[in-house]
Design a protein around this ligand. Sequence first.
Ligand code: CU
Length: 134
Amino acid sequence: MYSYYSTRALWAAAVGIAVASAISTARADIRDYEFQLVDKAVKTGEAIISVRLIHKPDGKPVSDAIIFAKRLDMAPDGMETMKATIDAMPSSVPGVYKFKAAVTAEGGWQLSLGAKVQGETGTIESKLVLKATP
Ligand SMILES: [Cu+2]
């Protein structure tokens, strides 16, 4: 038998669920985040590659991302097995992430990044193409 109190409890639970789902839909989506190359061209040799992470809806830089995967290879020139060593470097610009890479050949290079943003579920997976010139 339903008492007055259990009906109230059900109603309160239903309201709680509605509020919780409204909050989760209001939260940003991981697809709202985007890595962009600061400079699409690099010189061969020891190169510094800078990428900017922005939150697209407001264009704000995002500084607290954790980049857990990075790869630089020549996939744009059909040589995905030809990769370069790449290391994260400190950056003093908010929302800008820097890498040091040994760009061994001129041509097209693809920078693949995997990242997490604090407070967001899912991961950012990004592929950026840059051009290396001598
Ligand atoms: Cu190559």
